[in-house]
Design a protein around this ligand. Structure first.
Ligand SMILES: Nc1nc2c(c(=O)[nH]1)N[C@H]1C(S)=C(S)[C@@H](COP(=O)(O)O)O[C@H]1N2
Ligand SMILES: [Mo]
Length: 219
């Protein structure tokens, strides 16, 4: 009896400890990176003061097994590793994120321009729209011209630190001048198309244009 009690307690301890270990593994974000407080004279919102919300909570994407799939109306579909993405020329810019619900923040974003990322794939002549699919089942879309003409980037750093898991690691779209729901996080798949598409919130009635300052709802 005593022995089996001891066995039971040991098992319990093992389960609890292993649970804790895998948890700390999960929540590990950037290390040895210093957060920027301002950039080019613009004061940045500290990451700890930035809000965020997501339909299914934080997604934990493994850096090693991660692949970004780019396909649809392109000559050469590709599957990029995290390191390949970081290998492209990087760009930094201060951009405000404005959620349609009224909150927002100012951050320095660092990443790769969409047009740079898509260049090797060669977009087809008839393409008009780009869909961003995310690890949590979320999706949103943008006009191809919007992404190309406004130097829209996919960010892997915020305020000089690697995008935390809670914030969309490895990639968040910096959809400048569009409401927050157009800023796809945890992007896994980019599809180029010429079909109409309505993303997660857009299909529920939120504006597909989503211009900051414009109407929230629009059919
Ligand atoms: N994959 C995914 N991306 C998402 C969302 C989501 O639920 N899932 N929410 C969107 C909304 S409504 C907002 S306001 C921003 C918030 O981004 P943040 O974490 O940088 O604050 O993420 C957007 N991107
Ligand atoms: Mo939002």
């Amino acid at each position: 009896m005593k022995l089996s009690n001891l066995t039971f307690i040991c098992l319990l301890v093992i389960i609890v400890v292993s649970g804790c270990l895998s948890n700390t593994e999960k929540i590990k974000d950037y290390e040895n990176e210093t957060e920027a407080t301002e950039y080019q004279g613009i004061k940045l919102t500290p990451i700890s003061k930035q809000r965020n919300n997501a339909i299914e909570g934080t997604q934990y994407i493994d850096k090693e097994s991660y692949r970004l799939q780019i396909d649809g109306l392109v000559e050469r579909p590709v599957n990029l590793t995290y390191d390949q993405i970081l290998g492209y020329p990087s760009t930094s810019k201060v951009v405000d994120l404005n959620c349609v619900e009224g909150w927002g923040f100012t951050a320095k974003w660092t990443g790769v321009l969409f047009k740079t990322l898509i260049n090797d794939s060669e977009v087809s002549e008839n393409a008009t729209e780009v869909i961003f699919y995310c690890a949590d089942g979320y999706s949103t879309s943008h006009d191809l011209d919007f992404l190309m003409d406004n130097n829209i980037m996919l960010a892997y750093k915020i305020n000089d630190v690697t995008l935390p898991h809670s914030r969309g690691f490895p990639l968040q779209l910096v959809a400048e001048d569009k409401y927050g729901y157009k800023w796809a996080k945890w992007i896994t798949h980019v599809e180029v198309t010429n079909a109409e598409y309505r993303g997660y919130w857009e299909s529920k009635g939120y504006s597909d244009r989503a211009d900051v300052g414009g109407p929230a709802f629009e059919r």
